[in-house]
Design a protein around this ligand. Sequence first.
Ligand code: SF4
Ligand code: ZN
Ligand code: ZN
Length: 330
Amino acid sequence: MKCHYCDREAVVRLPYAKLNLCREHFAEYLLRKLERSVERYKMFGKGSKVVVGVSGGKDSVTLTKLLSESGLAKLLVVHVNLSIGEYSRISVETVRRFSVEHGLDYLIVDLSEYGISIPELVAKTRRSPCSVCGMVKRYVLNALTLDLGYDALATAHHADDMAVYIVKSFLLQDYDQLYKISPVNYEVPGLAARKIKPLYEFYEFEIETFAKLYGLPFVSVKCPFKHVGWLERYVRELLDRAEEESPGFKISLLRSHARRTLSMRSAEQAKPKACASCGLISSGTECSFCRFTRRALGQPMGLVVRRWIIGEAAAGGTRRVTGTPPSSVG
Ligand code: SF4
Ligand code: ZN
Ligand code: ZN
């Protein structure tokens, strides 16, 4: 099997694009695909400052590598230490190693001394570990992007997962969730950072193949809290079968969905509110993070997190941190 563009052996086949590619042309193809996605969805302008949320898994290291190769933005790698035993220890070390090897500025956020550790928070609630973990990560990354003055927050959600979330939210008739799923969620000044998903149209197999071909360090152990429910399993199987029957099916679904959600964004953000405790975006009087930590830890922790971020950025320390923190918050 020869590469579509040269005489070298192909190492990957992309059925949706009807292409067989060698290692070099595959990397070039993915880089162009990333640049086109950034442009298509108007994610950020050239020279912007972008925070990349990096868990240390194959998706987030591939996203960071491609963004860094593209030279489109100045990056800050941010990892939230979830304090989930050995899994977190490996993740922190992987992100550190990856960042150092690639000469990237990085920041490891560790708030365990304030009780913000996933096992500790999970023990105090009936919520599922992944929902607590998702809320904590969303809060910290949003606060950090805003408080350090970055233009956007990039996360590594890919096409296979996004298609599952869309169909699952529809089946559950969870329209609030459904309309939040988008390649770009635009900023609300002072309250919410711009959130972007540059891998929105990337298949998981492309990401995994790239990470392996280029020897990127990534965490392959599973989080002990990982649990996939029956509905998600069912929807994933269904979509995988549809993709096999009709290559490119998931990308068509995602593009149609994006057209709809992006045209609705102004109505959705018509009246954003500020959390009474921390000042960031909230659907009620207090944001879900402050409400949750008030119940679990006895006090809302939003402002504590925001002060930590600013202090840490100002201190610099051994980490290479960029950004000019504002002098005070709240
Ligand atoms: Fe967090 Fe769940 Fe992922 Fe574990 S599996 S890191 S708890 S979101
Ligand atoms: Zn080639
Ligand atoms: Zn709050």
